[in-house]
Design a protein around this ligand. Sequence first.
Ligand SMILES: [Fe+2]
Ligand SMILES: [Fe+2]
Length: 242
Amino acid sequence: MKTNKQSNTCIDEIANGIYRISTPVPPQAIPGGFTFNQYLIVDDSPLLYHTGPRKLFPLTQEAINAVIPVDTLRYIGFSHYEADECGALNDFLEAAPMAEPLCSTIAKMVSVDDIAIRPAHALADGEQLSLGSKTIQWIDTPHFPHGWECGHLFEKTTNTLFCGDLFTQGGHEHEPLTTTDILESSEKMRAAMDYFSQTRLVHELAEKLALTSPGILACMHGSAWKGDGATLLRQLAGRLAG
Ligand SMILES: [Fe+2]
Ligand SMILES: [Fe+2]
């Protein structure tokens, strides 16, 4: 569903109660074109996973309001500290008085409690949190793909791994959820932009994520993907190590 005609921001349900909000940026603004995706988990305690850049806040807010009132958000989560992950954090904390930042223990300690207008709710590695009918789990993955404080979020009832910048696909035209390969296009992006850290622990970190056996990879840039997520993560680790 398109929520803003000028920006072409769309919101689509990609799994039961999980919505992908995508704002495309055309090649005139970012070479090759790009997308910024945020994810809304609708439950008793609604969660927004990454805020999007601060300048996209009005569009992201408008899209959320098409599904639930933005002031009902309970958690504003993100993978690591970067503008497209949490640039609009304080705008959302102001718009949603009950909302808390949700992040890794390192992110809380190093950045979030300093810049956010309310203290963060930190999740330790492996810690679970009930949102009502859905349960999320935090997985620490330092420097994978980047950021000491980096981690990823898994939702158990839909088998969705919110994998942030992993499998980033360039371009600004993507279907919300695809079953076609995303590894090759994301590898092209990695070759062009070199946005992964140089961690030697890629196999261990990819394996931590693969052990969740995700059926959906909710990518921050490009299409979300449906398939055997464990196999794709192991293939990515092989490419990174090679
Ligand atoms: Fe990032
Ligand atoms: Fe990103």
